[in-house]
Ligand binder design. Sequence first.
Ligand code: DC
Length: 262
Amino acid sequence: MLGLPAYADEKVSGSTRDRRISRSSPLSIRRRGFGNPVCSQITDIVAIDGPVGAGKSSVGRRVAERLGFAYLDTGAMYRAATWWAIENGTDLDNPEALTAITQSMPLYMSDCNGELRVRVGEQDITEAIRTPEITRQICKLAHALGVREHLVRLQREFSARQPTVADGRDMGSVVFPKARWKIYLDASLEERARRRAAQFAEKGLQVELAELTRDIEERDRKDMTRAVSPLRKAPDARVLDTTQLTFDRSVDAIVDFVREVL
Ligand code: DC
């Protein structure tokens, strides 16, 4: 037990879990930073990192279900912070302002019958955080040190309370360096673009494959080359290349890996 405070307003009812990830809080972790000693302990965390479209969220969610672990989509947290900053008219080129607005975000993430719902205050922003505008602007927040420090603190608090599958870009390298299981989920660029196109098609949207490929490449480049917490494989992560794997085989591979070590 890591001695972190419990969430006073956590509700768990039926199959709907509603966890408040953050209350509006002026707390700063600037001085505790990423070397927080709570992270020096081995923890029951499956840390999944990887590039855009590798299937981290869909695979991660199913792995969590199979293991009975909580699931944490950290990309959704950066998306929610971006939505909140735009909603409040924050200057996206001002990292201090972005940090302050992120710290004020009353973020809730719920697991609703296997679907992630994201709320800020009373407003459901599950769909709103997936728009091209949010995706275009998100790097402004993902590159801001103070924003990352705040969200990392929430991620660590969340996972300290229950075994967790967490996916993102810096899970194994920065946020949970002592995670018991680390996976780097990868797939070829072509396959990732093809999967994304299929997801868009399911929503009735036609997107040109070449454009999608360029877009994915550009997002990966930004994630891999940024100064703060770039996407990289943690040295002790197991690589899972899913280019030739079905969704179910990818899930099985991670569940088997976890059970090997349990
Ligand atoms: O997983 P996603 O595509 O929803 O993530 C959106 C963006 O958020 C991604 O391009 C980079 C950023 N991100 C990050 O910097 N660190 C994380 N742990 C998760 C996401």
